[in-house]
Design a protein around this ligand. Sequence first.
Ligand code: ADP
Ligand code: ZN
Ligand code: ZN
Length: 730
Amino acid sequence: MGSILRVALDVPLATLFDYLDGVSTVQPGQRVLVPFGRRRVIGIVITRAATSEFPITKLKPIAYAYEDEAPLPQATLKLLAFCADYYQYPFGQALLAALPSRLREAQPASLPRRMGYALTSAATEAGMDAIPSRAVLQRKIYQALKESGPLGAENLVAIASGWRAAMRQMQDKGWVSEVEIEKPAMLAVEPKAAPALNPDQQLAVDSILAAGPGFRVWLLHGITGSGKTEVYMQLLQAMLADPAAQALVLVPEINLTPQLEARFRARFPNHPIVMLHSQMNESERLHGWLRAQNGEARIVIGTRLSGFTPMARPAVIIVDEEHDSSYKQQDAMRYSARDVAIMRAKMADVPIVLGSATPSLETWHNAQAGRYKLLTLTARAVESAALPRVRCIDTRIQRPQDGISAPLIAAMRQRLERGEQSLLFINRRGYSPVLLCSACAWVAPCTRCSSRLVVHLRERKLRCHHCGHEQRPPLQCPSCGNPDLHPTGHGTQRLEEVLAGIFPEARILRVDRDSMRRKHAIKDMTAQVHANEVDILVGTQMLAKGHDFPNLTLVGVVDTDSALFSPDFRAAERLFAQLLQVAGRAGRADKPGEVLIQTNFPDHVLFHALQKQDYPEFAVSLLEERKLAHFPPYCFEALLRAEATHFGPVQDFLERAVRVARTIEGKVTVYDPVRPQMERLKGMERAQLLIQADSRQVLQQFLQAWVAELRALPQGGKVRWSVDVDPLEF
Ligand code: ADP
Ligand code: ZN
Ligand code: ZN
């Protein structure tokens, strides 16, 4: 045991910092306060060492060690070290950013004292008969305290919601006194009855349990409503029979957590559940974190960031909607919470279940290759909920006016007359226009790689966002001669206004990131729809998820073609996921639903698969495309992004990065720097550079060397850059 502490700090350097320690009891994982420059900052002790690269006389002593707090477990430090390495991000910053903000402050962190009540000796001696029989509540409380010992508010509420008044009377009589309690007692509260599983669900639960406690990745594939959540809950029921075991449940969006929380709380009234997401206040987050770490929380449910929550004894990890892109962090350390969860399960040697109706192609590919075990739920769990009918409207024949075609208007009018609701879905995510022939579906391809060219109208150019190639737009379709070539995706912006013009009497509600920014906006929207105060919903992918609207019987989808032929090779995958989800909105209850999709290409395989709700069919064709094009999952990618107030320095930096890359051994493809669709963002000129490799390992080795050299390049502080490993957005 040396007297030097190696400490991780929240600074953009990939090193640890050495400090002297007088107190020899400080352990790895402990929070410390250390001098750094002229400030004092919070750090985490990683190891203790006997020697330092620096002369010992230069080292400063730590200012304070928070020794009353439990140190972070080794498993958490290891997981974050792995992530920092894999995602090319400074370890100290990765680690400190994963902590609740309270743990980054120079304040001791602890759980609040938990107060409860115990019977006094006077009460025990007198016995329950001393309480008059009409004081029913007091007798109930007496009985409970006698049986289980001291109880806190969490428990007393479960006994009787009006317990406080009765307790006060008992206090006045000197029968109970306030005491500090360690943790809530286990009371025998009846959990909400679990339904009998259908054969698919039963097989899923049985298979996972039969495989035992070790690491294995399961893919639970089933459409919305097929009973995946029920499988998670019954699986947890079995696994948490072990009184020390804990479960981590990741969900993509905070919007969905209240519904899920309610279901879990009803099913697990005796298992402390901790929620961790961005809308909790800082002390709630801290307490949830500490309760997960000390093992008191049996179930942790949270969004992306909660994947790092330390747990005393994780026994299983669930990642719901594993394909959801909100699992990918888009700034700072650009990690995929799903991939991190898999790594965590591997390190902890526990099973992990990925659930989805439309798994990401990476996951599907792994399941096909046998690396993940596939479990399939084939039907909706509730028989009466019929699948909606999906139909395409051929917009080559039924030309839309202002974005909406006549058959869609007719269908909406019908719903209005019947007092039912419609939803109009716009797919606008990550939108880049391509040049498309409406006669033969020819799309301007890149001649140098398998990507599609993006239309840059201002400069009248077509450009490849993958490899940097550019050319003038052709005057007519090279495939069929049609002179009528147009960029995809016109006129959807005005949809809400257009609808108001067509249906002046209808109550229209717009749902997108802008209109839903307010804190309870989503909840209000849901309530409005349920109360039938809305006739037509217009919205983006926000609407696609998880809401159950029984009176919604029509979903109209406008403008899908920009995604079918997007230069972003993941656009079609996302479109399918969204359409399947959005289709799940229609006809959830007893009313059958209908989905109408406007497209120039009704014969596209995506729509065929969608009509049959056949994800595997679609996945096969997509994977074939990806294989031919040599795109993920058949290659591994990293993206170097750079930005500055002027383009010159960005260009210089990326060109230097290319030169450095060419000097590094390893079989990687280094493309030319390109400008993204958003060339300027917030006053910054942007460009990026793509790297591809045949294996994860080759890519990782290359990145280690490359990023180290990039960090060493002189930059004059003008260029901001970052590396995105396994990027999802280009
Ligand atoms: P998913 O998570 O795949 O969307 P859920 O687990 O939420 O599906 O199930 C959809 C609906 O069906 C829920 O209301 C759920 O309570 C119900 N359900 C699920 N499994 C069963 C079952 N075996 N028997 C009866 N109802 C079920
Ligand atoms: Zn190209
Ligand atoms: Zn053509």
